[in-house]
Design a protein around this ligand. Structure first.
Ligand code: SAH
Length: 341
């Protein structure tokens, strides 16, 4: 068990189990998530005997930066991290006027199989622990020497396919470096049953749904998960999430030329989303070497946005940050792995 993946409450239970005083949990948590130490021996106010016990009982996740690329265009930074045993993941830092946002990975690889996505090409290697998710934030914060204010879980992996570690991670962020739920976005390809489960927790995180299609026929062409959950079920779960939490849901829609970008597609999407608490983020699809999807033309994207907006659906077109450093969607990790194979 990774000790860095335990919330304060879980650490307290562990201390009781080990016959230690519960207040030790707070001290240990502070070392792991505020001081962010790399080894248990650095916990100098913990007795040697307890440190030895911790070392025997738990593992401690650690990750190392193996490559860092800084965009000349917009200060976006891409990090490749080594998790040990040749497991490589990537994270991105984006500087905005409101603060520093990091996009982190929740799994090494992914098993969802979306056809436009580079992260899924070689399948899932393994899920990350909550500690490994947290370390991406800590390492980037240390590297830039500035506070991280926002987190998006939109790197490689499907966060709701790693549900328990995700929930622990969200709690740890609030307890340690105090990034509140309203500053965290979780993006999912639409695991409807997990979305329903998440809604029950009544957290204040932003939910982003990777929809990418206006109906099941088109969605099934690019996203295998659409065979398991219908678009009605996914949107239904997202609408319930908005109702239960009062949080506006984001729908992500990557525009692929000739696949999902017609005016009819826009009208159909508008009809499905009309009247719900939501926001649509249109993304010009990034070319991935392994597939032959082509980005929609700029005027097509604009026309698509206009149709949604005319129906009262708030719509933005995503700015492309870091395009000179392959900052998008699992591309860098894939290139690195191909290079070092
Ligand atoms: N599994 C989660 C989070 C990781 S993917 C999810 O599906 O939401 C993060 C976002 O990038 C998703 O919206 C995904 O659909 C999108 N994406 C993946 N490949 C892309 C590409 N080539 N171009 C544009 N967006 C892409």
């Amino acid at each position: 068990m990774d000790i860095r993946s335990l919330t304060t409450a879980q650490l307290k239970e562990e201390m009781v189990r080990l016959g230690e005083k519960p207040f030790r949990a707070g001290q240990i948590f502070d070392w792991l998530h505020v001081k962010q130490v790399g080894s248990i021996d650095e916990m100098t106010d913990i007795s040697k005997a307890l440190r030895e016990k911790l070392k025997a009982e738990y593992t401690l996740s650690n990750i190392e930066i193996v490559e860092k690329l800084i965009s000349k265009q917009d200060n976006t930074r891409k990090y490749l991290f080594d998790l040990g045993n040749d497991i490589i993941i990537e994270s991105v830092l984006m500087k905005y006027s409101y603060g520093n946002a990091v996009c982190i990975s929740s799994q090494a690889g992914c098993r969802m199989g979306c056809r436009f996505c580079a992260s899924t090409v070689d399948g899932l290697e393994r899920s990350l622990t909550a500690g490994e998710m947290a370390l991406q934030v800590y390492k980037i914060q240390q590297d830039i020497g500035e506070r991280i204010s926002n987190i998006v879980i939109m790197g490689s992996g499907e966060p709701l396919d790693n549900y328990d570690q995700l929930i622990a991670f969200l709690k740890i962020m609030g307890e340690g470096i105090k990034i509140g739920q309203r500053h965290i976005t979780v993006s999912t390809c639409g695991l409807a049953d997990r979305i329903e489960q998440l809604a029950q927790l009544k957290l204040q995180i932003t939910l982003a749904i990777s929809l990418h299609a206006p109906n099941d026929d088109i969605r099934r062409m690019t996203m295998p998960i659409a065979n398991k959950y219908s678009i009605d079920r996914v949107i239904g779960a997202a609408k319930d999430y908005a109702n239960v939490t009062g949080r506006r849901v984001t729908y992500e829609y990557a525009l692929i030329k000739g696949v999902n970008d017609s005016e009819d597609n826009a009208h159909e999407l508008a009809q499905r989303l009309c009247g719900s608490l939501c926001h649509v983020n249109l993304i010009p699809v990034n070319d991935v070497r392994e597939n032959n999807f082509i980005r929609s033309e700029e005027r097509t994207i604009k026309a698509f946005a206009d149709i949604l907006q005319a129906k009262g659906i708030e719509t933005t077109i995503r700015r492309r940050l870091g395009s000179d450093i392959n900052a998008a969607c699992g591309q860098l990790r894939k290139h690195y792995k191909d290079k070092t194979k």
